[in-house]
Structure formats: structure tokens, C-alpha cells
Design a binder for this molecule. Structure first.
Ligand code: ADP
Ligand code: MG
Length: 255
């Protein structure tokens, strides 16, 4: 498929949880990149509960003198028993500025991975922070804004949605992933209020979310939990959104 970024307009709606959940259920090999300028690896501290060491990550990539594609393969760590690998973020937010010159070449290197059969999911954290990986968002096939459904959430979403608009004849698309649909607003309300399509709506499911966000024990019937079902539908929707646009562009180029 392609490169998909996730970021948030306000608060802490569940970007990291959603990014990891999508990666773990992704039907093809996938690389998860922790590009949140807030710093600290959410994966190592959260999902792995600090049991796994920080080896290398984005900073080592920024410092590499070798080919970025090769360096990417070197710093990526694999998640046992899965086809997911990940690149750990910075150790601290103070390192975020040092990544400024990495984002452009990294965007190219991530795009090139598709030819190797690997897709990419980027956790870009909150928008507008110093050290934000904007070039990754600009180059993505699909840039997703993750948002809660309260009025303050939607007000922030509206404010950022404009910046996400792009010309229709471009491969790049953007959209919204709602977390906690119906609390109180649902996908239809949001679609009416914000000028970006709602690509997916995930249920409020704190028990399952805690598995991804802090390595909690999976609840009974984890596989059929509301969040897992929601994530699987989100994957199908992400896939069809990207495929549809690519088909349109190909047909446009032929005619
Ligand atoms: N779909 C969901 N349902 C319920 N709680 C969720 C959901 N997604 C995330 N959370 C919870 O929200 C909190 C913040 O999640 P996190 O992914 O760290 O947010 P962010 O990366 O946007 O800061 C965590 O406690 C996480 O378990
Ligand atoms: Mg996060």
C-alpha cells in the first residue's frame, strides 16, 4: 500500500495507540516510525513497559553518513512474532530540532520502501510542535488527523483541517480518524462540520487500548473486542482510500 501518517490536532486522543494497533493488525509487513516531537519512545516505555532497551532510533538515522535506506534497515527493530518493525523516536524532546534536516530525505526513503513490499505508518504526534515532521505528512499517501469527538476536539480539528487540504489531482490525501465515536458526536456530525472526509471511526474501548498504550494484559476475547474490530475496518478503509485515488490518477493519466 503506502505511507500513512497519524497526528492530532488537540489533546491526546490516541495517536500512538491507534498507530500501533493498526501496525499490529496490518495485513502486510509494516514499519512504524515514532516521529512524535514530544520525545521518548512511547513503544519502549508503553507497549514494552520499559523491558526493552533503546538501541538506536531517529537520532542515529539523522547522524548517519551512509545510505538512508540502509541505515533505516539498521535502526529498525522488529516486534517478535509479527511482520512489524519500528524505528524508535528521540530520547528527549530536546533532540527534536536535530531531526530538522532528516525529514525530507526520510520522506523519500520511506516512500521507496513500498517497492520492497513494506508499508509505513508514522506516529507524528501533535501538530504544530517544534520539531514536527511536517515533510513526512506532506509526502504521505494518506495523512490522518486523529481526534476525539467533543466540541473542543472538533473546533481544533476544523482549525487544522484547512491546512490539510490539497489539490484533488494529487496522490496525497488526508482525512480523519475519530476515537470514541458518539461521545458525543458521531462520524456524520463531524463530516458535516469539518471539510475533511472521516476515514474511520474507532470505538471507546479503554481495556483494549491499554494493551497498545501501556502493555496491559489483553482482555478476554481481545481479538473480537470493539477496538480490534474498529481497527480492522479502519485498515480496510485506509486501503480502499489509497487504492481509489491511485486508480483515478492512473486512469486520468491514460485518458
Ligand atoms: N479507542 C480508544 N478507546 C479508549 N481509550 C483509548 C483509545 N485510544 C487510546 N486510548 C487511551 O487514551 C490515552 C492516550 O492514548 P495515546 O495513544 O498515548 O494518545 P496520543 O498518542 O494521542 O497522546 C491512553 O490511556 C490510551 O489507552
Ligand atoms: Mg503519542
Amino acid at each position: 500500500m503506502a505511507v500513512v501518517t497519524l497526528s492530532s490536532a488537540s489533546g491526546s486522543p490516541g495517536v500512538t495507540t491507534t498507530a500501533l494497533g493498526l501496525a499490529l493488525l496490518w495485513p502486510r509487513p509494516v514499519l512504524l516510525v515514532e516521529a512524535d516531537p514530544t520525545g521518548g519512545s512511547n513503544l519502549l516505555a508503553g507497549y514494552f513497559r520499559g523491558t526493552r532497551e533503546y538501541d538506536a532510533g531517529l537520532i542515529e538515522l539523522a547522524l548517519t553518513a551512509s545510505d538512508l535506506g540502509e541505515a533505516l534497515a539498521d535502526v529498525a527493530q522488529s516486534l517478535d512474532d509479527t511482520t512489524v518493525s519500528f524505528v524508535a523516536g528521540t530520547r528527549s524532546h530536546t533532540q527534536a530540532g536535530a531531526l530538522r534536516d532528516l525529514w525530507e530525505p526520510l520522506a523519500h526513503a520511506l516512500g521507496d520502501l513500498e517497492s520492497t513490499g513494506q508499508d509505513v505508518i508514522v506516529d507524528a504526534g501533535r501538530l504544530g510542535l517544534h520539531g514536527s515532521p511536517q515533510p513526512l505528512l506532506d509526502a504521505a499517501d494518506l495523512a490522518l488527523l486523529v481526534s476525539g469527538t467533543t466540541l473542543p476536539n472538533l473546533s481544533a480539528l476544523r482549525s487544522w483541517a484547512e491546512a490539510f487540504q490539497r489539490p484533488a489531482l494529487d496522490w496525497h490525501q488526508s482525512g480523519i480518524v475519530l476515537v470514541g465515536e458518539g461521545q458525543p458526536y458521531n462520524a456524520r456530525d463531524v463530516a458535516g462540520a469539518v471539510s475533511l472526509p472521516v476515514i474511520a471511526a474507532l470505538p471507546d474501548d479503554p481495556e483494549t487500548a491499554a494493551v497498545f498504550s501501556r502493555g496491559a494484559q489483553p482482555p478476554k476475547r481481545h481479538e473480537s473486542s470493539p477496538l480490534i474490530r474498529g481497527l480492522n475496518s479502519a485498515i480496510a478503509s485506509i486501503h480502499s482510500t489509497i487504492t481509489r485515488r491511485r486508480t483515478e490518477l492512473l486512469e486520468g493519466a491514460r485518458s
